[in-house]
Write a protein of this length. Structure first.
Length: 177
């Protein structure tokens, strides 16, 4: 009995490549058979031909499952100045604080805490003004933005500058002292 098992094991060992080849030929033959004689196509329901134009009546649109008309577009001109939302310096101590004067109706140029120190003519004939705020002293040209202000005009003869405040929404004239 052991002798027959050894012979069967040796025969399987020596013929393993032939058995794998036979299995591969059987699988290949089955695939060729499926290509030559395909299974019947599934019986799908017929689809309607698409229309060139969409219906204009809301009832027909709703029957087709189309969404309704979109909401009206919001107005583009929003009142107010929102430049401080994206130009406010997060590293400046006074950027988010409101002054004690904000509750009063009348705001003067002195309450802005801006001082005009000097005006000079730079290269090219442009004017520059040296301004001191609560946190910084620097030279600014016309139309330069700093903190929550914008330097609009420099008048060398009168020794004045016009500064627009985004917080108050108006222009202040500051004189040199």
């Amino acid at each position: 009995m052991v002798d027959k098992l050894q012979k069967a094991g040796a025969w399987l060992w020596y013929n393993k490549e032939r058995m794998v080849l036979v299995i591969m030929v059987v699988i290949f033959g089955y695939r060729v058979y499926r290509v030559v004689t395909p299974p019947p196509a599934p019986d799908w329901p017929l689809l309607q031909q698409p229309k060139n134009e969409l219906p204009t009546e809301p009832e027909e649109q709703q029957q087709l499952g189309l969404p309704g008309n979109p909401a009206p577009r919001p107005p583009m001109d929003v009142p107010g100045s929102y430049a401080t939302l994206f130009t406010r310096n997060p590293f400046w101590y006074h950027s988010g604080q409101q002054s004690e004067q904000s509750g009063q109706q009348e705001v003067s140029a002195e309450s802005l805490n801006i001082q005009l120190l000097d005006i000079q003519e730079a290269a090219g004939g442009t004017l520059r003004a040296r301004l001191r705020t609560t946190s910084l002293t620097a030279w600014y040209s016309e139309n330069a933005q700093f903190e929550e202000f914008e330097l609009q005009r420099i008048n060398k003869e009168d020794q004045t500058v016009e500064v627009y405040s985004e917080r108050y929404g108006r222009t202040f004239v500051i004189q040199k002292k």
